[in-house]
Design a protein around this ligand. Sequence first.
Ligand code: NAP
Length: 509
Amino acid sequence: MQTLRSFLMGEWVAGAGESRLFHDAATGAELGSVASGGHDLCGALAWGREHGGKALRGMSFAERGAVLKAMSVVLHDHREVLIDVSRHGGTTRGDAKFDIDGAAATLSYYAYLGKSLGEKRFLVDGDAEPLLRSKRFVGQHLRLPRRGIAVHINAFNFPAWGMAEKAAVALLAGVPVLSKPGTATAPLAAKIVELWHEAGLFPEGAFQLLVGSAGDLLDHLGPQDCVAFTGGSQTARAIRSNPNIVANNVAVNIEADSLNASVLGPDVEPGSDTWLMFVADVVRDMTQKCGQKCTAVRRIFVPAAVADEVVEILADRLGGQGVGDPADKSTRVGPVASAGQHRSVLAGLDSLSAAADKVWQGEAPSGEGFFVKPTLFRSDRGLDTEYVHEHEVFGPVATVLTWDGSVEALTPMVAAGGGGLVCSVYSNDLAWAGEAVLELAPWHGRVYWGSRKVHDQGPGPGTVLPSLVHGGPGKAGGGSELGGLRGLEFYMPRTAIQADQGLLKRVLG
Ligand code: NAP
C-alpha cells in the first residue's frame, strides 16, 4: 500500500488524520491512501509567496521558459514510467499518452513563448495614451506578476495535462504555484512532481504539491493570490463562495461542467468526407479516456431526416471500441477512474434512460472494476427532453437529438446546455455554417467548424490546444485558460501608470 505525500516548504511530508483510499480502477483493489491533515498550509502559502515569488520575478521570461522546457523534457524522458503509474486510474496506453504528451506539449509551447519574450520580466500593454492636452503626461498600461501565490485545484481526469497546463502559464508569468490534484489519480501527479524536483528544476518555493483534500487551504489566501480551479460546478460554487475568498476578492478562474454539442449540418451527405469526420470525432470523444474529458461530446444534434443513419453508423463504430482491462493492448476503453465516478455515471445512465430512448449499448466486464457500458441515447423531443440539457454524465455516454435543420431552431437547443467549452459544427454550406458558427459562438469558449476542406486534419474538437483559449461561459464556469499569451493575463493583472513620458521610458526601457 502506497502512502502519498505532499511537497510543502521544500520537503516531502505525509499528512495526518483521516485518510482517503485510492484504488486500481480495473480491479477495485485498494492501492494506497492519502491524508492531508496536519499540514501548515498557511505557512506553505507564505513560503511560496516569499521564496518562490521572489525568485521567479527575478528571472526573465526566457529563463522561466527554460524551466518549462526542462519540465517538458522530464516528462518526455520518463514517459514509460509515467504511463505505468497512470494505469491504476483506468487509462489505456493511448489514454495515458494523451494525458502525458499533452502536458509535455503544453509546457514546451509556453517555453517557446517565454523564449520569444526574451529578457523582459513583465509586459507593456499597448502604447502610451496621451492624457489631457499634454504631450508629456501619458498613461501606460503594464502587466506585472501578482505578488501572491497561484493555487491550482485540478480535476481527476487529466492528472498530468491539467496540472502542467496551469503550471506552465503561472510559472511563465512569474507566479509560484501550489498544485492540488484530484485525489483519485493523484499518484501520477505526485510522481511527476517528484521527477521535476529530483531534476532540480525549480527555484525554492516555486512549485509545491498538496495531495488529498484541500483542508483549510482557501482560508489563508490573500488579495494578491489567485485560484485556478477545474472540476464540477458544485465544487466550483463552494470555492467561489468561500468566505475568505469573498472577503479578499481573491481572483478565481473556474473551468467546470460542459454539455458539449456536436452539430451535423443539413447539407452533409451520408458517407461523405464531412460525414465521416463527424462520426470519427463523436466516437473518439465518447470513448477516449472513457468519456472523462471536459470537452467530450454529450449532445449530438442531427437533422431528423438522417437520424436513423447516424445512430446506425455510430453504433457500428462504437461497437468496435472494446471495453476492458486497460493493460490489454486490444482494449480501447478502460474503466472510469474511481468508485465515486462509477456510481455517478451509473446514476446518470438511469436518469438518461428515463428521459430518452436507449438506442445502443456496448458490453463491459463485470466484477469489481469501475467499468461502464458505452451508451447512446436518442430523443426527438428537443428542448423538452429532460435531464440531457442539464446534467453532464462524465463517461462514454451521449444523446442524439433530432431537429429540423434550421439555425433558428438549433441555437436555443444548443444554448439550453447553459454555456459550454466547445461546440463542433460540420457543414460545407457556407451560408448555413457561417450563421450557425456565429450564433453558437457566444455560448462557447471554442467552436470547431468541420468541413471537407479540413476533414483529414486536426485532433478533433475534444483536444485542448495551448494556443487557443480553454473555458466557456455559464455552466462551463465562466473562466478562460491558455490561449497563448492571453493565458498570462490572469496571473499578470493590468495596471495603468500615469507619468511623464520621458521618466516612464527610462524605467520601462
Ligand atoms: P470535483 O469533485 O469538483 O473535484 C475537482 C477538484 O476539487 C479535486 O481536486 C477535488 O479534490 C477538489 N475539491 C473538492 N471539494 C473541494 C473543496 N470544498 N474545496 C477545494 N477543493 C475541493 O471534480 P472531479 O470529480 O475531480 O472532476 C469531474 C468534473 O470536472 C466534471 O464535472 C467535469 O466536467 C469537470 N471538468 C472540467 C474541466 C474543464 O476544463 N472545464 C476539465 C476536467 C473536468 P478531491 O479529488 O480530493 O475531492
